[in-house]
Design a protein around this ligand. Structure first.
Ligand code: SF4
Length: 888
């Protein structure tokens, strides 16, 4: 190993090391200003100057390669004087009041160390407080340009610009005006890197006393964050620089979406509904016994099939495991499910069918390996922003990008090809890409010979999907489809990411299989930079299903019949042998008065399930509805009979599982509000009250996890102590000396063998077609600033950034309807109606309208319909025929 001498100490160098990185690894401090390990070295401020023997001038440590045998000096008198001069120049106009207000800031400490006291005053014109999340005070800008560089090199947003030259150079937002009017997406990366107080979190008013690493409570990317607290409150959130998932980055939700934790709307007392329909605060024992008595009566009268439990994607793996165990052991039913049912169940089913494992094949780190990235039905920069930012960076470094989405989403602006199909035609689109791959000679013959079956039948089948034949169905120009096919098949390795725009359709599972077919045809399986990778919506939706919150499978996604005996021996109780009802079936059964009691954890059914009128009917018909949540959600407020207030993920211990099969720790950073319990505590309390205390007695979340490992062979090697790092572990990880698995299917497909079959998937149009009474197609989805039902983001700083539920209408349709941005419109479908403001937007084509569903005051799902994927029953949120009317 090459070594350098730094101030007389020997430091070992690794390939690519600079003097600065070698010194830091050896624990030798060299002051820096413009340096950030997330950015390409700039060597601009020269504060990191060092002297190298044999050189006649000082060198910037951040840009000078470390060379074997080099002798470096970091603190000679000459260097100290030079740094002092540089710093003094940088802070010529720096306000002394800023130094006095924050003497402990690292930059201010550096000034003090070099005996520099600025004398500038605050120019109020350089302060911009227009943005709710980020405060700008350019009086404190030292022109290191880290904000400009991180916005470009990490987020890919290019919001910060440099204007002027020399002494007159300064940073400005791209609007040329305030930050609020700029393209800023509030990821906070500029705040995170700014070495002075020029860019700060607007809401941070106290200094942090403790930092705790945990996992973001929002999307399935699973970013690792450091949460700063003081006096039991969250003060600020920063990204973990060492986590491979997010590499020192967060999005607006991760960074600024924590205000809900101390929201005054948090409920801190269990409540039961009295005879007059009013809530009555009660003690925990009474709440639990009321819930259990209700369930017991229903079981006595109607049997175990009349009760059900729904787990939560926002609860930990341990809590979801206990939810499944509670349903089976305490309530004696397999009627247990989770919200994977309404989002990515088709990904699990489709990938299991195609490849034998119902989970992502590769890892986010492969984004930097892929030469082509195909993004299908995922508005990645808004729904999974940190992965979206990584894809943008890959594109800027030269990767090809194919986007398939009916809307002009942000990634489409960066794409080589944007296929903009008619909503509901994914199977026709993906089959036409496959047809183009085959008839243009892009089949990977060598891979097909070794790993692919059914090529003959598939080849014959797919000819009927030639892009030219599919154009009338998909609306896509054949040449665009062929270009997408050439890029995906010809510029390998190629990696597929997909989202709910694939799964939330009547052919959701089919479309996932079609994506798998593309990967098989082109040999894009089992290698870095390839595969089919569902971007899971909520932080732990992969985990909640995987932990046994499924009516037909036990922890580890082990089918009920195969895993029952083992589960019974570990749980010491019988497990019912017939598969239960899934969430959709439970609501159907409730409406038909066959299911009479439901226990719902962290899932606002009323706001998020399609066809609200049917959901209302189902919830109304229940005898008992227990809701366990942070807030009185719409479901709880209108229909619950018992409400149990729970701790948030910032207030408890456990693990989440992200989109890449990665298990990561969740750690308590603040105490829960007095009177609130964790989901684990509640489930164990209820189990004990029902007489199963001995089977629900755990010493902390780690003990629950160990029981999970005993039932889940592919997770057996994932111990809590092994998770005590920023990267967690990806399953399969069958032994404690196993490194985890970043890449699936290298040599074989589990349970299938070495060869996987191409499947011939016919296209079946949705019944939701435009017609005279309902001429438009409504697509629903997510946006950057609001998450899912808005339960958490609507009560955080993020609420100030969102426009709420707004209907995007194309300029042509808006002109036909005589509506303008901001005007209230009524959206009607066969199932209901809703009134909301509209926004004229080029993001949707004529004939398509779009909105989110995050505002409880606008129950958008009143208009979505009953269509379901036949394999998984996942609802067709993405295609509803509607009419838009003016409200005047
Ligand atoms: Fe959290 Fe997802 Fe944003 Fe990462 S990308 S900070 S996991 S919401």
């Amino acid at each position: 190993m090459p070594r350098v001498s730094i101030d007389g100490s020997l430091a070992t160098c690794q390939p690519g090391d600079t003097v600065l990185t070698a010194a830091r690894r050896a624990g030798i401090d060299i002051p820096t200003l413009c340096h950030d390990p997330r950015l390409a070295p700039a060597g601009a401020c020269r504060v990191c100057v060092v002297h190298i023997d044999g050189s006649d001038r000082p060198a910037a440590a951040c840009t000078t390669p470390a060379v074997d045998g080099m002798a470096v000096h970091t603190a000679t008198d000459e260097l100290l004087e030079l740094r002092k001069t540089l710093l003094a120049m940088l802070v010529r106009d720096y306000p002394v009041s800023a130094v006095d207000a924050a003497p402990e800031s690292p930059f201010h400490r550096l000034l003090a160390e070099y005996g520099i006291r600025p004398t500038g005053t605050v120019n109020p014109d350089l302060v911009d407080t227009s943005q709710p999340t980020i405060r700008v005070d350019l009086n404190q800008c030292v022109k290191c340009w880290r904000c400009v560089r991180i916005c470009e090199e990490v987020q890919g947003q290019f919001t910060w610009r440099i204007t002027g030259r020399g002494d007159a150079a300064r940073v400005i937002p791209d609007s040329g005006d305030t930050l609020a009017t700029s393209s800023c997406v509030s990821c906070g990366a500029c705040v995170d890197t700014c070495p002075t107080g020029a860019l700060t979190d607007a809401a941070v008013s106290a200094s942090v006393t403790d930092w705790t690493r945990t996992t973001c409570p929002y999307c399935g990317v699973g970013c690792q964050m450091l949460v700063g607290t003081r006096d039991g409150n969250i003060v600020e959130v920063k990204p973990d620089l060492d986590a491979s998932v997010n590499r020192g980055h967060l999005c607006v939700k991760g960074r600024y979406g924590h205000g809900f934790v101390r929201s005054p709307e948090r409920v801190s007392t269990p409540m039961v509904r009295d005879d007059t329909g009013n809530w009555m605060p009660v003690c925990w024992d009474e709440a639990i016994s009321t819930a259990l008595n209700g369930f017991r009566q229903v079981i006595d009268l109607h049997g175990h099939q009349a009760v059900g439990v729904l787990g939560s994607a926002r609860a930990t793996n341990e809590e979801n495991y206990l939810t499944g165990k509670f349903a089976r052991v305490v309530l004696g039913t397999n009627n247990v499910d989770c919200c994977a049912r309404v989002c990515h169940a088709p990904s699990a089913a489709g990938l299991k069918m195609a490849f034998g494992t119902g989970a992502a094949t590769n890892s986010f780190d492969d984004i930097e390996v892929a030469r082509t990235i195909l993004v299908c039905g995922s508005n990645t920069t808004e729904a999974h922003p940190v992965v979206g930012a990584r894809i943008k960076q890959a594109r800027m470094r030269g990767a090809n990008l194919v986007v398939i989405d009916p809307r002009r989403i942000e990634l489409a602006d960066h794409a080589d090809v944007h296929l903009r199909p008619r909503p509901g035609t994914n199977v026709a689109v993906l089959n036409s890409v496959a047809a183009a791959i085959l008839d243009e000679g892009f089949l990977d013959e060598a891979f097909a010979a070794q790993r692919v079956d059914n090529l003959g039948e598939y080849r014959q089948f797919i000819t009927t999907f030639a892009p030219e034949l599919m154009q009338p169905i998909t609306g896509l120009a054949p040449e665009d489809v062929r270009k997408a096919a050439r890029l995906y098949a010809g510029k390998k390795p190629s990696m597929i990411f997909h989202g709910l725009g694939v799964t939330e359709h009547v052919q959701g599972t089919d479309a996932v299989v079609c994506l798998a077919n593309l990967a098989l045809l082109t040999g894009n399986v089992g290698r870095p930079g390839t595969g089919v990778n569902p971007l899971r919506g909520q932080n732990n939706v992969q985990g909640s299903a995987h932990m046994g919150c499924q009516p037909d499978s036990l922890p580890g996604m082990i089918p009920l019949a195969a895993g029952r005996a083992r589960a019974e021996s570990v749980w010491g109780a019988p497990v019912p042998d017939t598969p239960g009802l899934d969430a959709m079936e439970m609501l159907d059964a409730a409406a038909a008065e066959r299911l009479r009691a439901l226990w719902v954890i962290g899932w606002d059914l009323l706001q998020t399930q399609p066809h609200t009128a049917e959901v209302e009917q189902a919830l109304e018909a229940l005898d008992v509805l227990v809701v366990q949540d942070l807030f009185l959600t719409e479901t709880a407020r209108r229909f619950a009979t018992v409400f149990l207030p729970v701790a948030s993920s910032f207030e408890k211990e456990g693990t989440f599982m992200n989109s890449e099969r990665r298990v990561q720790r969740v750690r308590p950073v603040v105490p829960p509000p007095s009177g609130v319990k964790t989901d684990t505590d509640i489930l164990c309390l209820a189990a004990a009250a029902a007489g199963f205390g001995d089977r629900f007695a755990y010493r902390g979340a780690g003990a629950v996890w160990d029981e999970i490992r005993s039932l889940w062979p592919a997770g057996a090697g994932i111990t809590y102590s092994r998770l005590d790092n920023p990267n967690g572990l990806q399953w399969p990880c069958p032994r404690e000396d196993h490194p985890g698995t970043t890449l699936l299917h290298i040599d074989e497909f589990p349970g299938i063998g070495r060869r996987a079959s191409l499947r011939c998937i016919a296209f079946h149009p949705s019944t939701e077609q435009p017609s005279a009474p309902y001429p438009l197609i409504l697509v629903t989805g997510r946006e950057l600033y609001a998450f899912n039902a808005g339960t958490m983001t609507n009560r955080s700083q993020t609420a100030a950034l969102t426009d709420g539920c707004v209907l995007d209408v194309s300029p042509a349709d808006a002109a036909d309807l005589g509506i303008v941005t901001g005007r209230a419109v009524r959206v009607r479908s066969r199932y209901g109606q809703v009134v909301l403001p509209c926004r004229v937007s080029e993001s949707v084509e004529p004939g398509v309208v779009f909105c989110t569903f995050s505002d409880p005051a606008v129950l958008v799902n009143a208009v979505t319909g009953p269509g379901r994927d036949p394999h998984t029953h996942t609802p067709e949120y993405k295609v509803t025929a509607v009419r838009v009317e003016r409200t005047d």
